[in-house]
Design a binder for this molecule. Structure first.
Ligand code: PBE
Length: 267
């Protein structure tokens, strides 16, 4: 290839996140779809990806990372998605609330709240940004819940107060999921639930939900991102439907980078 190509500038390396993320699987598919044979995806975590991005931006160096919306990175940095003319990352999708099969009978009251939980990318963005700026996740969630009584009221409508009933929520330490899971935990705690949050890898989160070691997750990106997990565990879980609509996934670069499309990654 040509020595000055974008690929050569970044060592033909895409900065990825944790291996269990649906985004990583979609990125492998993308590499095949676009025949980016000499490219590799470096796994890590959301924080190692952000650290690499931050470092590159400070030096105004080229970089390409796996990214998603909603995410505070688009507020903090000037970024763009590379165009995906082949549609490898799928269309816009939704984040669903999913419970362990049988939980709806075991605790219809909590299920009602989980089912009624629904917010927007803007709502989530406020909590994410507050956490990113250093507020403890639990505190950021509690503040949002306090400031949004009307919306929260639609989630708890028809639900009863309980006295110390246990509920376990699984989640992955992605900014979006830290925000949503802490908000739902706060709402359930305000109703009298004793909520345990379990931070897991993506595969463990789905397996734990299927086994019933966790009761619910609010972190299922469907239909594409977590398609394989849903397929594997569909008989062991109940999908309560979307809690946030209109997410996006793809390859992300700083705006100063010259290329505009995944096609441009070819030398
Ligand atoms: N994400 C954030 C997850 C879902 C939420 C896009 C990194 C994933 O790829 O599985």
């Amino acid at each position: 290839g040509n020595a000055g190509s974008f690929g050569n500038q970044v060592d033909h390396k895409i900065i990825g996140i944790d291996p269990g993320a649906g985004l990583m699987k979609l990125t492998d598919t993308t590499i095949k779809d676009y025949k980016l044979n000499n490219w590799t995806v470096q796994s890590g975590s959301e924080s190692t990806m952000i650290a690499a991005l931050d470092k590159a931006i400070k030096k105004k160096e080229p970089i390409v990372v796996t990214g998603w919306t909603p995410h505070w990175m688009f507020q903090k940095y000037d970024l763009k998605y590379l165009k995906d003319p082949k549609g490898s990352y799928g269309a816009s999708e939704n984040i669903h609330t999913v419970v362990h099969k049988g939980f709806e009978k075991e605790d219809p009251n909590a299920t009602k709240v989980l089912d009624q939980f629904s917010w927007t990318a803007d709502d989530m963005g406020k909590v994410m940004l507050s956490i990113q700026k250093g507020t403890d996740a639990k505190k950021a969630a509690a503040e949002w819940v306090k400031d949004n009584e009307d919306k929260v009221g639609t989630w708890t409508k028809g639900a009863d107060k309980v006295s110390g009933k246990n509920i376990k929520l699984g989640y992955v330490a992605w900014a979006s999921e830290i925000a949503s899971t802490n908000v739902v935990a706060t709402v359930l705690e305000n109703l009298g639930y004793n909520v345990t949050l379990e931070q897991l890898g993506a595969g463990q989160m789905w397996a734990g939900l299927a086994k019933g070691s966790d009761d619910a997750i609010v972190a299922a990106w469907l239909p594409s991102t977590h398609a394989d997990y849903m397929k594997q565990f569909k008989n062991k879980v109940t999908d309560l439907g979307p809690n946030l609509k209109g997410t996006k996934l793809g390859l992300v670069v700083p705006s100063y980078v010259k290329i505009n499309s995944i096609d441009d990654l070819k030398d």
